[in-house]
Design a protein around this ligand. Structure first.
Ligand SMILES: [Zn+2]
Length: 249
């Protein structure tokens, strides 16, 4: 288990004993999740948020286990039997193909943020452009972005697959559900795998809109921001949804 200072993470999940792992991996409960992960992978690929074998997805399924995508497979064309079951140290305990090399980053998020039930990592081009330039997208522009994401953190560049990348991302995941990874892409956590995927759609659409906004702003119009009293109303809605935001702490 990665040390984060938030070791209460995962207390609501059952512990699966070593002798039960194969049966658990073959259970109907996990079969449903495997199909859902494959479906989300296909949606990522269809929207060109993943390229080649890029991107990875994970779902926490037990206090000691995470279900994740395999390495070196297009996320648009996965089969349920390709998925891997890993423990909280990153060791694969069941599955058809070798687990994603980015798993340590996912585990760091699960360890740091008890609310995280699933993670999606992808390379949506516009948001990744912001990450390459180290630009945090502006805020207070679009209600949906403020409620479901908020201010996006920008994590420093670290070599993919390393422990150091996980250590850079984990602490940010406590206050941000969506993180730009410098010179790499985006990682988001959610209350389920589709919820984590929605963060990817919302951020990519927002970054496209901000590019257009910047261009139109050069004509001397705007950008206009949401007034502070109405921003407070949005943050109040966000709090009722249980979505963390440093501005509401
Ligand atoms: Zn990546």
């Amino acid at each position: 288990m990665l040390k984060t200072g938030h070791e209460e993470s995962g207390m609501e999940y059952p512990v699966i004993a070593p002798g039960q792992i194969d049966a658990f991996f073959a259970s109907l409960e996990l079969e449903v999740l495997k199909r859902e992960i494959c479906d989300i992978g296909h949606r990522l690929w269809q929207r060109a948020y993943v390229d080649g074998n890029g991107g990875n997805l994970s779902v926490r399924v037990a206090r000691n286990l995470v279900l994740c995508t395999p390495t070196l497979v297009s996320k648009g064309f996965m089969h349920p039997e390709d998925l891997a079951l890993v423990d909280m140290a990153g060791t694969m305990v069941a599955g058809g193909k070798r687990r994603t090399s980015e798993l340590l980053m996912h585990l760091a998020i699960f360890a740091a943020q008890p609310k995280a039930k699933a993670c999606v990592h992808a390379h949506p081009p516009t948001a990744t452009g912001y990450a390459v330039c180290g630009i945090q997208p502006p805020s207070c522009m679009i209600p949906e972005m403020e409620i479901f994401i908020g201010e996006v953190a920008v994590a420093p560049y670290m070599t993919p697959g390393t422990y150091e990348l996980g250590q850079a991302i984990g602490p940010l995941a406590h206050q941000h559900n969506t993180i730009l990874m410098a010179n790499h892409g985006v990682v988001a956590w959610g209350f389920g795998i589709e919820d984590a995927y929605f963060k990817m759609e919302i951020l990519e659409a927002y970054c496209k809109t901000m590019l257009v906004t910047a261009q139109l702003g050069q004509l001397g119009h705007g950008p206009n921001t949401i007034p502070q009293p109405q921003m407070q109303e949005l943050l109040a809605i966000k709090k009722t949804l249980g979505i963390p935001d440093p501005r509401t702490f």
